[in-house]
Ligand binder design. Structure first.
Ligand code: NA7
Length: 301
């Protein structure tokens, strides 16, 4: 059955933009958000606002979620007025959140009993990618389910990687996110060190970006760090959650991940310093405070 009517639950930084793109691409959209005002903000786009997740699941062809973490998704999907209570056979459940592999599989079994197929489809691309509809989607599920989901994916993203069966998307996402944290941390530490040693940190960026390990991410974050622009693209709290999920996952598979363990504690430090809601770019500011030096301080513009 073709997907015409999409339910979207979780209208945070990512979900609100994805729901907007679905409405703009011609899908009929019904939304729900724990804080209703965020859902009401989309009403001018012709989007219907539901009062509970169960109300969303009554009407739609596809259930899409993009909520913060494991407890949030559990509540929205399996809670008293959750999606499962009214879900019907033939619907497709696409979860865009980053959660644990066991939860995704649990949802697959619970919704599967009702004839609803589940795809885990965590995304990368942050706020800008969600805004422009250029997210990269890591999908886990059957070939048939992915083929059905394709128009939804096309509305929110520019590339879908079919990682394997249900859970495989989440597996790849957890491993990939740790790479972002590692890159950002090494890059920020390099900037702070260069700068405190009295060398213009822009020379550091120039050399990194001329090298074999250059990345568009360094252009983006380098500019933000030098301009002290910490507007939120991806929250410290969420990265801490993802690193914690990765460590749990790695322990299950008996794979040592010392880099991720150290990064998780680096993020714990930022949270302890009251920076949980800040962008991940702000993690280095705790180190700047300890060093008594700000990146770029004393460097001519
Ligand atoms: P945000 O901007 O922090 O948004 C989180 C969303 O999750 C937001 O809609 C929240 O509702 C919702 N949320 C949080 N806790 C709950 C509970 N307990 N029940 C229902 N809904 C909840 O995150 P992003 O958009 O950046 O990221 C979303 C996911 O994608 C996350 O897994 C990332 O790691 C990747 P609120 O508006 O606060 O009421």
């Amino acid at each position: 059955m073709r997907i015409r009517h999409v339910g979207f639950l979780g209208l945070g930084l990512m979900g609100s933009r994805m729901a907007r793109n679905l409405a703009a691409k011609g899908f009929e959209v019904t939304v729900w958000n724990r804080t209703r005002a965020r859902a009401e903000a989309l009403a001018p786009l012709g989007v219907r606002v539901a009062s509970t997740p169960a109300e969303v699941a009554r009407d739609v062809d596809a259930l899409c979620t993009c909520v913060a973490d494991v407890p949030a998704l559990r509540e929205v999907a399996l809670g008293a007025s959750g999606l499962l209570s009214t879900a019907r056979a033939g619907q497709l459940f696409i979860d865009f959140s980053t959660v644990s592999v066991p939860l995704v599989r649990e949802l697959g079994a619970a919704f599967g009993e009702k004839g609803v197929e589940v795809i885990d489809a965590p995304v990368t691309g942050s706020k800008n990618g969600a805004e422009k509809g250029t997210l990269v989607i890591m999908a886990g599920g059957s070939d048939a389910a992915l083929a059905r989901a394709e128009p939804v994916f096309k509305a929110v993203g520019e590339k879908v990687v079919h990682c394997g069966p249900l859970g495989a998307g989440t597996q790849v996402k957890l491993a990939g996110n740790s790479l972002i944290a590692a890159m950002l941390q090494a890059f920020s530490e390099g900037l702070l060190l260069t700068s405190k040693a009295g060398v213009d940190p822009r020379r550091f960026i120039e050399v990194v970006q001329a090298s074999g390990f250059r990345s568009p991410y360094f252009d983006f974050k380098g500019k933000a760090l030098l301009e002290r622009d910490f507007s939120t693209h991806f929250e410290v709290d969420l990265m801490h959650k993802d690193l914690s999920l990765l460590l749990e996952n790695a322990a299950t598979h008996r794979v040592p991940t010392p880099t991720a363990a150290s990064l998780r504690e680096t993020y714990a430090l930022a949270r302890a310093a009251g920076k949980g809601q800040a962008d991940i770019g702000a993690v280095i500011t705790t180190f700047e405070e300890l060093c008594g030096h700000r990146i770029g301080q004393g460097t001519k513009g």
